[in-house]
Design a protein around this ligand. Structure first.
Ligand code: NAG
Ligand code: NAG
Ligand code: NAG
Ligand code: NAG
Ligand code: NAG
Ligand code: NAG
Length: 173
């Protein structure tokens, strides 16, 4: 009786651990938060915001912007060879392409192009925290085109706010 109670307890703790820690996600959404620790429910991340792709002037490079409640859908991503991949329509909504992230450079926006890319410098630390060259800190929410809030790497100008990028399974709202 006692040992079966113990093994039940072990099973129960194992279940708790698997729900508390994010599993390695192969297909995920990206959200901004000012919290570096993971949660099982993205809704409870501190100062959380969903993100979506943004093509302010029908240019070739898509950017990531913050998106409040009331969006139609959110882009999902996979990560391989240090590069994020997602599916999006081309300029003026023509065609559907696989967009790949470009190598993240100091002081520039996270960008995506519909072209093959060399191996990038992105990774998911602990299976959830998006890093650049292994660094977790450096993402910033800054004012972008058309009064959108966009994501820069290592931009320290006034008006930018430090953030973390989490890979999550479900939308926060
Ligand atoms: C996450 O939390 C929110 C708000 O606390 C809740 O409405 C939602 O149902 C939760 N989602 C899951 C998958 O548990
Ligand atoms: C994170 O955001 C929340 C809500 O906006 C704020 O109360 C908190 O001070 C922020 N924490 C940090 C470390 O910036
Ligand atoms: C990812 O997004 C694409 C395009 O919006 C959609 O067709 C697909 O069902 C999504 N996949 C998952 C696993 O959510
Ligand atoms: C980001 O800035 C830090 C210093 O703030 C620097 O050490 C690091 O090399 C920069 N990262 C990249 C990828 O340039
Ligand atoms: C990146 O920018 C940070 C902060 O502006 C600076 O401290 C760092 O030296 C830069 N690193 C590189 C590799 O350019
Ligand atoms: C994006 O990269 C993938 C994998 O490297 C490649 O198969 C795909 O063709 C690229 N997208 C485009 C539009 O070239």
């Amino acid at each position: 009786m006692r040992s079966s109670n113990l093994s039940l307890l072990a099973l129960f703790s194992a279940a708790l651990i698997t729900t508390a820690l994010p599993t390695e996600l192969t297909n995920f959404l990206l959200v901004t938060t000012n919290q570096s620790t993971p949660t099982s429910n993205s809704s409870s991340l501190r100062a959380v915001s969903a993100t979506s792709l943004f093509d302010p002037f029908y240019q070739a490079t898509l950017y990531l912007r913050l998106t409040g409640p009331g969006y139609g859908s959110l882009p999902n991503f996979t990560l391989s060879s240090g590069t994020l991949h997602t599916t999006a329509s081309g300029p003026h909504g023509i065609g559907i392409f696989e967009y790949n992230s470009t190598i993240v450079v100091n002081g520039t926006q996270l960008g995506f192009v519909a072209a093959e890319q060399p191996a990038g410098n992105l990774a998911l630390d602990g299976g959830y925290l998006l890093t650049v060259g292994g660094q977790k800190e450096g993402w910033a929410i800054c004012p972008g085109d058309l009064e959108q809030e966009v994501l820069f790497w290592n931009k320290t100008e006034a008006g930018c706010e430090k953030t973390y990028l989490h890979a999550v399974k479900g939308a926060p709202y």
